[in-house]
Design a protein around this ligand. Structure first.
Ligand code: SF4
Ligand code: SF4
Length: 327
């Protein structure tokens, strides 16, 4: 496989950082599910969870930022962290857009009975994973019983006003392929998702985000077990798209781990990839804005972000007309 860096050089592509606009926090690896494709290897027995003083530090740093407009909370299931709500309220009071990457089923966990109302009251943008509108495909990837709970949660969120036309309560769904292939066209699949979910369950949502499976952690182990690693990497490298490369999400995002380390993205975080031997943590910086000067650590897993229409936490990077839709 040609190294990702060599492909960038051959294509004469330089990917520089832009001002930091999105702060993505991986608040912990605790999750009520243990999905097959999970790049975090999250699960119910995980102990990594952000503590109060780390949350306090993030709130302080967020107050100092002049460029960050979005706090993107991921995990694990972010809602299971005891400091989740405090962080949401603090960021909302600062006027930041807050995203909760919600697995939907967590809303039915003990102690989470009022989480949907909490998200609504704080106008949190919900980005919910639902890899298919069919029970069989969802449960193959996420486990038994997940589909019906996810559908029930979506109906409940709709009842609260989420995902409705003209509502300011945003509900996006995330699709990722079931196996070792690229997602289909985001705009075309979105039409099908909207139609099927509405016809079958009366469910409405705002946008569908298609995300390419990252060949790391649990999905990597699955590829290796099924002897598909080589062919999947070949697919990703052969599908390299220079336009998608120019729009990768790490240009305007920084990612912070549960213990306060700083990375270019959640994937680099899970691989513990950083440039220097003593890279800064949240305790070493004055403001997140100073990170705009740093170079990005690229490696071969980055092919997953640049294949086909590209892939980011906001879905495809370019649409069918080859227009960049996310930077
Ligand atoms: S993919 Fe999401 S819902 Fe599934 S185990 Fe990982 S963090 Fe949990
Ligand atoms: S995996 Fe690579 S290209 Fe994708 S966001 Fe992370 S650093 Fe950027």
């Amino acid at each position: 496989m040609k190294p990702f860096i060599s492909t960038l050089e051959e294509e004469n592509i330089t990917i520089d950082r832009l001002p930091v606009e999105i702060l993505q926090i991986n608040i912990g690896h605790l999750c009520n599910l243990a999905c097959l494709h999970c790049h975090v290897e999250a699960g119910p027995n995980k102990k990594e969870n952000m503590e109060a003083e780390t949350v306090d530090r993030i709130i302080d740093l967020l107050k100092k930022s002049e460029t960050i407009h979005t706090l993107d909370l991921t995990g694990g299931a972010p809602e299971l962290n005891p400091h989740f709500r405090r962080l949401v309220i603090a960021a909302t009071n600062m006027g930041k857009r807050v995203i909760d990457r919600c697995n939907l089923t967590v809303l039915y966990q003990k102690g989470q009975e009022d989480t949907a109302e909490f998200l609504k009251d704080n106008k949190v943008h919900i980005v919910a994973s639902l890899p298919c509108y069919s029970l069989k495909n969802v449960e193959q990837q996420r486990g038994r019983g997940v589909f019906q709970k996810s559908i029930d949660a979506l109906i409940r969120l709709n009842e609260l006003g989420y995902g409705k036309e003209n509502s300011d309560l945003k509900l996006d769904l995330v699709y990722n392929p079931l196996g070792a292939h690229l997602p289909p066209s985001q705009s075309e699949l979105s039409i099908r998702y909207k139609q099927e979910l509405y016809d079958l369950f009366g469910i409405q949502f705002n946008h569908l985000l298609t995300i390419t499976n990252m060949p790391i952690k649990r999905f990597l182990h699955d590829l290796e077990r099924s002897n598909q690693y080589e062919s999947y990497m070949e697919l990703l490298t052969n599908s390299f798209n220079p336009l998608a490369a120019e729009g990768v999400m790490c240009r305007n995002l920084v990612s912070v781990s549960w213990d306060g380390k700083i990375y270019d993205c959640d994937f680099n975080q899970m691989l513990d990839l950083r440039h220097s031997e003593n890279p800064p943590t949240i305790w070493d910086i004055y403001s997140f804005d100073e990170l705009a000067e740093r170079s990005i650590f690229f490696d071969n897993h980055c092919y997953a972000c640049t294949a086909g229409s590209g892939s980011s936490c906001s879905g495809a990077v370019i649409d069918k007309t080859e227009e960049v839709i996310h930077g």
